[in-house]
Write a protein that binds this ligand. Structure first.
Ligand code: GLU
Length: 483
């Protein structure tokens, strides 16, 4: 990279909630800025006024912040090239459009939709790819005047030159396009609103972008954009087009495969750390092969040369696995605090913070989504315990069930409720007694656990007994014996 300060951007269109694909593009731009001591800018591309909604703009802000991709300049924080929202920049586009018009790089086109449709139909009949004929390129001032008098409002089209366009993409390598296949494209609509290809270039010039990192679905736009840079006499930034993110069945990732919006993943209980780690691996690979990395570690290791030009598969299972890893490894104070967001239906004041941490510590092991914690800990909070039907019928109602519970009730008088270690020892001896009678230790414990939690699996039994305390344990055992 040359010594100019790196400036990169994420430029979402707020016509929906922030998509994972856009989040990944944001991440790569963010990482490029961090790695190179540059600036990462958020620009809201809201020229499509009909599809833009404030709730989507808010969702973009919230989602990017949730996964830690805070921007250096943007609509809300300002910056030297404000405004950063395209709908507030219409005057700027007009000025640039006028320049292109004055210098002959663009021209007014008065063709109606019907005329364009007819051109398209003709192309289909002749079995050739359609491109605009360019018939308005050479209209005389008089002809334009006449069309204006008829009430026609022109669009502005870029006059595409002949020849080939070559550019070096940092990910895809040398790319070449035949401009003969590119028709004169619209840069300003008749209502004065710029098209994407034009607005994006004007903004990237004005905001001094050095690198454009984005999905390869934009590659076909790039020659058009480079033509505009050239026409405006501006320096062309470096392009890096990354392969797309596909669904496990290799089709385009869509809602039918699962969540696609960052906010949905977060709401489902994915941890931002896990999510951002996972999406980093969709198109980037760590130099040491070690996949589990924090955002800071990824930023240190990041290099555009390690971005992949091929597509990546969004493996939901892998994301879940990774999320489980983060749930198990984050500090217990931290994960307990985050878990609280999913436990709002419970009266958490029943327990001290220390006890809550014990509860979470002993239940987080098999969980892959933090939202699952709600069900995982339910028996710590329920006044009326929910008991699984098969636990009732196959375990508690049996003669052995009654016998074990009767003995356990007696043990409760001696149990050291405030010492988890000691409880384990006492239970070991308890199991031993039944073992001598030929009852497997596992079976004995199913009965005890079934009575206290209503299930056969769950948290460490010592923690459960200790945290619930004598009164509740005894009460639950008595109720189970009465089933
Ligand atoms: N608004 C465009 C999009 O959301 C930006 C593309 C670009 O980065 O140039 O796809």
């Amino acid at each position: 990279m040359n010594d100019k300060q790196v400036r990169v951007r994420i430029a979402p269109s707020p016509s929906g909630n922030l998509h994972v694909g856009t989040a990944r593009t944001a991440l790569f731009n963010y990482l490029c800025a961090k790695k190179n001591g540059g600036k990462y800018i958020l620009r809201i591309e809201d020229t499509d006024l009909e599809r833009t909604e404030q709730k989507y703009i808010d969702n973009i802000y919230d989602s990017l912040k949730a996964i830690g991709l805070n921007w250096d300049e943007g609509p809300d924080v300002g910056g030297p090239y404000a405004p950063y929202q395209q709908s507030e920049r219409f005057d700027i586009y007009k000025k640039y459009a006028q320049k292109l018009l004055d210098e002959g790089y663009a021209y007014e086109c008065f063709c109606t939709q019907e005329e364009l449709d007819a051109e398209k139909e003709q192309a289909i009949k002749e079995r050739r790819a359609y491109k605009y004929s360019g018939k308005c390129r050479h209209l005389t001032p008089e002809q334009k005047e006449e069309l204006r008098k008829q009430g026609k409002k022109p669009v502005l089209r870029f006059a595409v030159p002949e020849g080939h366009m070559k550019f070096k993409d940092l990910v895809k390598g040398e790319l070449e396009f035949d401009l003969g296949l590119v028709g004169d494209f619209v840069i300003m609509k008749s209502n004065g609103i710029p098209t994407y290809n034009f607005a994006v270039v004007v903004d990237d010039i004005e905001m001094k972008m050095t690198h454009i990192i984005r999905g390869e679905d934009h590659i076909s736009n790039t020659p058009k954009q480079i033509m505009i840079y050239n026409a405006l006499g501006a320096e062309v930034p470096q392009f890096a087009h990354v392969g797309m993110i596909l669904a496990p069945d290799k089709s385009k990732l869509s809602k039918r495969h699962g969540a696609t919006a960052v906010s949905d993943f977060i709401a489902q209980g994915y941890l931002p750390e896990a999510f951002v780690n996972f999406i980093a691996l969709l198109g980037w690979s760590p130099s040491d092969g070690e996949e589990i990395k924090t955002l800071d570690e990824i930023a240190k290791d990041f290099d555009l040369s390690r971005l992949s030009s091929s597509n990546s598969i969004f493996e939901y299972d892998k994301l879940k696995w990774m999320n489980g890893h983060y749930i198990r490894h984050l500090p217990i104070e931290d994960i307990t605090n985050r878990a609280k967001a999913y436990l709002t239906d419970y009266d958490l004041s029943k327990y001290s913070e220390k006890q809550l941490q014990q509860i979470i510590e002993s239940t987080r092991e098999p969980i892959s989504l933090l939202s699952e914690i709600k069900d995982g800990v339910s028996y710590f909070f329920e006044d009326e315990l929910t008991i699984d039907e098969d636990v009732k019928n196959d375990i508690l109602k049996t003669d052995l069930g009654k016998e074990v519970l009767e003995a356990f009730l007696k043990l409760c008088d001696e149990l050291k409720f405030d010492d988890v270690e000691e409880i384990h020892h006492q239970l070991e001896a308890f199991r031993g007694v039944f073992k001598e009678k030929g009852i497997k230790p596992k079976q004995t414990m199913w009965i005890v656990r079934g009575a206290i939690t209503g299930r056969t699996r769950g948290a460490d039994i010592g923690v459960i007994i200790s945290v619930l305390g004598k009164n509740r344990v005894v009460e639950r055992v008595k109720k189970a014996m009465a089933i």
